[in-house]
Design a protein around this ligand. Sequence first.
Ligand code: DX5
Ligand code: ZN
Length: 215
Amino acid sequence: MPIIAPSLLAADFLHLADECTLINNSEADWLHLDVMDGRFVPNISFGLPVIEQVRMVCTKTLDVHLMIEEPEKYTEAFAKAGANILTVHIEACRNLHRNIQQIKALGMKAGVAVNPHTPIHLLTDIIGDIDLVNLMSVNPGFGGQQFIPYTLEKIKQLKQLISERQLQVEIEIDGGVTEHNAATILAAGATVLVAGSSVFKSNDPIDSIARLKRM
Ligand code: DX5
Ligand code: ZN
């Protein structure tokens, strides 16, 4: 069964405690948290104080997706805030290998995110050092966008790279995931589905999560 990671970006920010309780009571495996700095992406979301508070009520794995420049400056702060998985963008890191070691030394799982324009072959050397690849299936910065179809080809390439090396690396798909395309995404080789709008904007988020889980 896939790992389901609802994205808090699409939640009701005036009722975050209720939204966390909903996730706790659902079949979600992780809670995906999108941190944006207005520099790496053209939007600003939420940061450390919000994640600290979410940590106090959320019982699920916190999957923190940093869409920020110079993420190495904040690794320790996100560990303290309660992140379990910390994902940095390949496009934002000058010293990616060092940053990955830093994340792991702080006891977190390490992820690398790649934008839609970034080819899979750039992961060839780092793949053996990481726990997760976040394949962006939209341009990062906003929820509610359309899934970019050529992501399916990239999932297959990444799956090939991981199995050639006999590694255990999660393939997380982020952006535009719905009940309509989830089966195709999983068939291509994805193991983690991030879903913002299709969960939190649905009439019954608990049921939407359960349906994704059963894809
Ligand atoms: C986009 C974020 C995504 C976003 C997904 O920059 O990384 O995690 O929350 O939202 P949906 O599922 O609405 O496309
Ligand atoms: Zn994300």
